[in-house]
Ligand binder design. Structure first.
Ligand SMILES: O=C[C@H](O)COP(=O)(O)O
Length: 230
């Protein structure tokens, strides 16, 4: 299995108008260009409808926004982990605040992903939830206070204690997992703060998906991540 490099800039496309079709592909290609230029691990996380096209078009890691811990079979409306593996998806975003799961469901997805050699980036809303998730050993986790998501108010500035507490609690149970900061990350300065507080990068959405010039935002964030991460 390939290993994620650090620092990481994970771009969750969510389901904005720019998350689909031509625009989604443009943003994925911009992310690839910046990743190559700056040596930062840029992960793109498009909606399920765009996965195959984007996987076939870029060489950076492509994650799904969700998957279900099923094999192939009679599972109407579900998205089996194995099917993602077979189209070349590299990993799965799990338990996003906008797609919450119970702990047993998270465990089942992480285990199914491991079985098929897929990575997982699991979201947690608090430091305690992050520590519980760290114990099941995903490749990465992101701490995101839900009330700041999509607000443009960066958690790394508004609630830095959430990040430092997460790093402390997570490292008590798991020394390896890559820890990311998410929620309201809008500027390169917010990314720098997230890294200075002890995380290895960010999970970001609206600042890029709603930008006039997404490539510039990705570039600014990647440049700072590269410079700030030791
Ligand atoms: O997955 C991304 C996070 O929910 C953050 O979203 P945001 O950057 O729009 O605040």
């Amino acid at each position: 299995m390939k290993h994620l490099k650090v620092p990481v800039l994970a771009i969750n496309f969510k389901a904005y108008p720019t998350s689909f079709g031509v625009k989604a592909l443009e943003i994925a290609k911009a992310a690839e260009k910046v990743a190559q230029e700056y040596g930062v691990e840029v992960i793109v996380i498009p909606p399920a409808t765009e996965l195959r096209k984007i996987v076939e078009s870029v060489s950076i890691p492509v994650y799904a926004q969700h998957a279900d811990p099923y094999e192939y079979g009679a599972y109407t409306g579900w998205l089996p982990v194995v099917a993602l593996k077979d189209i070349g998806v590299r990993g799965i975003l799990v338990n996003h605040s906008e797609h919450r799961l119970r702990l047993d469901e998270i465990v089942a997805i992480v285990e199914a992903a491991k079985k098929y050699g897929l990575e997982t980036l699991v979201c947690a809303d608090t430091p305690i939830a992050a520590a519980a998730i760290a114990a099941i050993k995903p490749v990465a986790l992101a701490v995101e206070p839900p009330e700041l998501i999509g607000t443009g108010i960066a958690v790394s500035k508004a609630k830095p204690e959430v990040i430092t507490n997460t790093v402390q609690r997570v490292r008590e149970v798991n020394k390896e997992v890559i820890i990311l900061t998410g929620a309201g990350i809008s500027t390169a300065e917010d990314v720098e703060a997230a890294i200075r507080l002890g995380t290895a990068g960010v999970l970001v959405a609206s600042a890029i998906m709603k930008a006039q010039n997404p490539e510039k935002v990705i570039k600014d964030m990647a440049a700072v991540a590269k410079a700030a991460y030791k």
